[in-house]
Design a protein around this ligand. Structure first.
Ligand code: W6P
Length: 413
């Protein structure tokens, strides 16, 4: 019946085959060591398998999405991009790595694949909107989508990292700094990235609100007191995270003090420890209610309704969008984290953790298997805690009234 069926059948067995392999996570140190050796043949042989494995693993999860989401045109489009890219990678399966032409073609192909997938986040978000506009989304479906998008975007981050690394090391792309090994900076100056992200968020904030809070940065390098704090990391990832956090913090501060001439600054604490680098960004933007804090990282709530046709494009600092959940994925990708703590009536702390040791900073990758499959099939949220909703009294929660214990009588009187 479906037009895509014959195509799916022809590559389906290959998806099935490659999805049985687990992805091989690399540490930042491996990226650096590998990048210094600069062996294009080794990279080619590794990537043609590893990219096929990572693509196949996530393609299997796409297949498990709720049927009504899979039918949305945007999701079908994303799925078709993955099929094309997977097929293109497979074509190099029998190619001879000793032929210069093969290596050149591979490099070009990777860049084409990267470009094909540049709109995946937006297109997937549109798919979720299409679903919301046409269906009532049940809680179970919402849970599956949240679970999927975290894994899907993490997979995408990792695949783009592999492609970028190969393209920067062996293609005509130039690294943004001679010190960089591909997109990794072996000496990434954390406070420089903090200031850069601050300045660019400030520019947007000034433009939109005609005011912006200042920055106070304090640092403690505990192992080497007084020395600048640097880390082996992907500066663009750290920038992405911090820029997002600064935008949120600035918006909160400016909107919390509409008439103030002197806005309370954003305080950033940067600490280097033995295991973790911690960046704590504190704003006095009034905070958010604890009852709403779980929404910060939810894709389904942050997906704003689409702008009207006549629409002026949305404000640069408006809405949380996918910014926070994606930033947390970037932090987690190399086993760091992003945590937001809010104090309603005062302000918010956002904490970014990074691994100090590049040998411990391994990629965190979704693995397709029975356990992941269960998350799409299981019925979650049986009511095994009392509800916070006080009224009306009910015998919901799957029990019949006869199963409700009868209140004992005659105690204490
Ligand atoms: C807020 C909400 C938020 C999210 C993330 C980072 C900072 C802030 N400030 O009020």
């Amino acid at each position: 019946m479906k037009v895509t069926k014959p195509l799916f059948d022809s590559i389906g067995k290959f998806v099935d085959y490659y999805s049985r392999f687990n992805p091989s996570p690399l540490s930042i140190k491996k990226f650096i060591d590998f990048g210094r050796k600069k062996c294009e043949k080794t990279s080619f042989v590794f990537l043609r398998k590893e990219l096929a494995v990572r693509l196949a693993n996530i393609m299997q999860e796409i297949n498990l999405l709720p049927e009504n989401l899979l039918r949305m045109p945007s999701v079908a489009l994303v799925q078709s991009w993955y099929r094309s890219s997977f097929e293109e990678i497979l074509k190099f399966g029998k190619a001879d790595e000793n032929e210069k032409k093969v290596l050149e073609d591979f490099c070009e192909k990777l860049i084409r694949i990267r470009n094909r997938h540049s709109g995946v986040v937006q297109t997937m978000a549109n798919g979720v909107l299409e679903l919301k506009e046409t269906h009532r989304v049940e809680q179970h479906t919402e849970h599956s989508i949240q679970y999927f998008l975290n894994r899907f975007y993490m997979s995408r981050i990792s695949i783009r990292m592999l492609i970028n690394q190969h393209a920067l090391l062996f293609g005509s792309d130039m690294p943004s700094h001679p010190r960089h090994i591909g997109c990794v900076d072996p000496n990434c100056d954390v406070s420089a990235v903090i200031r850069d992200a601050f300045e660019n968020a400030k520019f947007l904030c000034d433009q939109y609100y005609l005011a912006s809070p200042g920055l106070r940065l304090e640092q403690f390098n505990t192992p080497q007191p007084g020395a600048p704090i640097s880390v082996v990391y992907v500066p663009s990832h750290l920038y992405h995270i911090l820029f997002e956090l600064f935008k949120n913090a600035m918006r909160a501060v400016v909107e919390n003090y509409p008439e103030a001439e002197a806005l309370p600054p954003i305080n950033v604490l940067l600490v280097n420890g033995n295991e973790d680098i911690t960046i704590k960004m504190s704003d006095r933007g009034g905070g958010i209610k604890r009852s709403l804090s779980h929404l910060l990282f939810q894709y389904m709530y942050s997906t704003a309704p689409r702008p009207s046709v006549s629409g002026i494009s949305s404000a640069p600092l408006a809405g949380y969008g996918y910014g926070l959940p994606l930033s947390r994925l970037y932090a987690r990708y190399f086993h760091g984290d992003l945590i937001v703590n809010s104090y309603e009536g005062y302000g918010t702390d956002a904490l970014v953790y990074l691994k100090v040791l590049s040998s411990e900073a391994n990629e965190l990758l979704p693995v397709f298997n029975k356990t992941s499959t269960k998350h799409y099939k299981a019925v979650i949220g049986s009511h095994d805690w009392s509800s916070s909703i006080v009224s009306p009294p009910s015998n919901a929660q799957g029990k019949t009234s006869t199963e409700q214990p009868v209140e004992p009588v005659g105690i204490g009187n």
